[in-house]
Design a protein around this ligand. Structure first.
Ligand SMILES: *Cc1c(COP(=O)(O)O)cnc(C)c1O
Length: 243
């Protein structure tokens, strides 16, 4: 594809996706602007990333530290671009991640929290983090396991411990539900994430958790209907990934 074709293709994908997000928001009595569309740009070319940026996207999600860091550097002329880490972060990579990203969606252990807090330069302001929770219990999923309501107290304790880290700011929760044939089957998981956030805020209003990062290309409309404030969209916005 020529550069112009890429720009046109991305513009058209962007327009369609934003319309679907807006419709889903209105269906559930919410405002379209209350949902952030995060373009998950892992394994996508810089040409496509530039094209969705010019279409209007400002927040980009990456999954692999080694791939992301040079890409962020290459694209540093996109002055309003924000980079967010949505993939698993190994402890030994915490130092690399702590200052390159503006938000981490995948905080799953207090150990990682400690390392991110230690390496975040205070001059960059606190690093926004979301606690990743595993609501299905699948072994393949990262995150703090919260399959039963009895475990919610443990999540509360972790959220409260995070308050002790001056260079981190916990603002909400993230989840990756199982992959079903029918995205409607993910609705209960999205609802549970919202209920867990509401529970945490009720138990400790000072937590003041606002964000729900949930929904991907295949189920984002259902996630928005259930209260998503961030949808993480890869292939639907940017096309197939190049592995
Ligand atoms: C890759 C990825 C996405 C985007 O997936 P699509 O199906 O391409 O929309 C969203 N969230 C996470 C955590 C991912 O790793």
């Amino acid at each position: 594809m020529s550069e112009l074709d890429i720009v046109e293709a991305m513009q058209s994908r962007y327009t369609q996706v934003m319309a679907r997000v807006a419709d889903a928001a209105r269906r559930s009595g919410r405002k379209p602007q209350d949902v952030l569309v995060l373009a998950v740009s892992k394994l996508q070319s810089v040409e496509k990333i530039r094209a969705v940026y010019s279409a209007g996207i400002r927040a980009f999600g990456e999954s692999y530290v080694e791939e992301a860091l040079p890409k962020i550097e290459t694209l540093n002329d996109l002055s309003e671009a924000r980079w967010e880490m949505v993939g698993h972060v190994q402890s030994r990579k915490a130092k690399l991640v702590a200052n390159a990203f503006s938000r981490i969606h995948s905080l799953g252990t207090l150990k990682l929290a400690r390392l991110l807090d230690r390496h975040r330069e205070p001059g960059n302001g606190p690093l926004d983090v979301l606690m990743q929770v595993n609501l299905s219990g699948e072994d393949s999923k990262q995150g703090i396991v919260a399959t039963k309501r009895e475990t919610w107290q443990d999540i509360l304790a972790i959220a409260q411990e995070l308050k002790a880290y001056p260079n981190l700011r916990l603002t909400g929760l993230m989840t990756m539900p199982p992959l079903f044939d029918d995205p409607e089957h993910n609705r209960p998981y999205f609802r549970q994430l919202r209920e867990l956030r509401d529970y945490l805020n009720e138990q400790d209003p000072s937590l003041n958790l606002t964000e729900l990062s949930m929904g991907t290309s295949y189920d984002f409309e259902i996630a928005v209907e259930e209260g998503a404030t961030i949808v993480r969209l890869g292939s639907i916005l940017l096309g197939e990934r190049q592995y």
